[in-house]
Design a protein around this ligand. Structure first.
Ligand code: MEV
Length: 423
């Protein structure tokens, strides 16, 4: 297995980086060309309604991830600068210990059936008494899933106000599961009406996927991350997140920066993952999805736990882009993908907190911002004077001018043009 630790990856050109990924994941050149192609209009038109085109976003690779002893390159689709670099950097530091250790529960999703009945208590027990019958109706909907060892596995009932709410627990194996859970919930509705002498109001999956959790842990050496003071400050920053929802929303958003980028790259439903994460964080009072503690030796011990309803088959995961991402990741099961997602979330949170409690996050952002400004200045100059065009194709010039802009602290197109003329 080739290591995902690739020093200087960020300094390579996109083509050189692609070559490294091809090598790492044993891809063909054709595989990578998928990323340079646009989604065919016909395919887009089949996916949603009223299509007039498609929309692309940058596709980056987070390096350095070692999870449960296995190396991963993680594809990330995101428009925000610094996120991919931050995750890679955190993963590099985590490698100094054991990288990330991660695990996930069985992929069990919950479907809800809301029932209006006059006898909520009586009906609750009656439904529980007919559990096997209801589960077998649900399982008739997908024999293949049942054969694979999945399917409807349990049932519970809650009384909420005047309603009986039946929870159908479905092991969806390697799918995200919304389709099959919704189908199963719809299939058992008439039986539930018959048993409760009631009326079913709605039948739908719950995104608060408390039965489908992913967990990850990592230790960051205090000397690797700037000393004990940084360890203490990261813990204090997390204390604030746990006490203040205004801070916690941003803290958890940083975690989701990484997770969403992976979820999108693998064609999964990022709204479902977002909804589940924040709803889970709100149980018992809105709190951080991560914990940061000082280990005995003074190192920083981090952990994360959150619902992770992601699949590797069905829906958007079947698109060529998503298939390629799964191939780069080398993941075969939804459980393994969940472990990668949780590790990435933990890495992202560590990187954000470390930057926030030390130099701040703007410096990193500014470097990329400056590069964009230099590119705009180049384009302006090229359109004013074609002689400049050849010289400006050099990446080293962009780096040099953008470094100067950052150093001067005045990142604007006019100043970039002046420096470019001198260069
Ligand atoms: C920015 O997208 C994410 C951060 O705000 C996260 C955080 O504040 O923890 C940097």
């Amino acid at each position: 297995m080739i290591s995902s630790r690739i020093p200087g990856f960020y300094n390579l050109s996109p083509e050189e980086r692609a070559k490294k990924v091809v090598e790492f994941a044993n891809l063909t050149e054709n595989d990578i060309s998928i990323l340079q192609s646009v989604l065919p209009l016909d395919d887009a038109d089949r996916m949603i309604e009223n299509v007039i085109g498609s929309f692309s976003l940058p596709y980056g690779i987070a390096t350095n991830f070692l999870i449960n002893g296995k190396d991963y390159l993680i594809p990330m689709v995101i428009e925000e600068p610094s996120v991919v670099a931050a995750a890679s950097n955190a993963a590099r530091l985590a490698r100094n210990n054991f990288g990330f250790m991660a695990e996930a529960t069985y992929p069990v999703m919950i479907g809800q059936i809301q029932v209006k009945t006059d006898t909520t208590q009586f009906s609750r027990l009656k439904i529980l008494g007919h559990k096997e019958e209801i589960l077998s109706i649900a399982n008739e909907q997908d024999q293949v899933l049942k054969k694979l060892g999945g399917g409807a596995v349990d049932l519970s009932c809650r009384i909420i106000d005047d309603y009986l709410v039946v929870h159908l627990l479905v092991n969806v194996k390697d799918a995200m599961g919304a389709n099959i859970v919704n189908t199963m919930c719809e299939s058992v509705a008439s039986k539930i009406e018959e048993l409760t002498d009631g009326k079913v109001i709605l039948r739908i999956i719950s995104n608060l996927a408390v039965e489908r959790l992913a967990r990850a842990r990592a230790v960051f050496g205090k000397d690797d991350i700037g000393g004990s003071d940084i360890v203490d400050r990261i813990i204090s920053a997390t204390d604030l997140a746990n006490s203040d929802p205004f801070r916690c929303a941003t803290h958890n958003k940083g975690i989701m920066n990484g997770i969403d980028a992976l979820v999108i790259a693998t064609g999964n439903d990022f709204r479902a993952v977002e909804a589940g994460a924040h709803a889970y964080a709100s149980l018992g009072g809105y709190h951080s999805l991560t914990s940061w503690e000082k280990a005995k030796d003074g190192d920083l011990a981090g952990s994360i736990e959150l619902p992770m309803p992601v699949g590797v088959i069905g829906g958007g995961t079947m698109s060529p882009y998503a298939r390629l991402s799964l191939k780069i990741l080398g993941v075969k099961t939804s459980t393994e993908l969940s472990c990668v997602a949780a590790s990435l979330g933990l890495a992202q949170n560590f990187a954000a907190l470390r930057a926030l409690v030390s130099e701040g996050i703007q410096k990193g952002h500014m470097r990329l911002h400056a590069k964009n400004i230099v590119k705009i200045a180049m384009d302006n100059l090229v359109s004013e004077d074609v002689d400049y065009a050849a010289k400006f194709s050099d990446k080293a010039i962009i780096d040099k001018v953008s470094d100067l802009l950052v150093k001067e602290g005045s990142i604007n197109v006019n100043r970039a043009k002046e420096i470019l003329k001198d260069v």
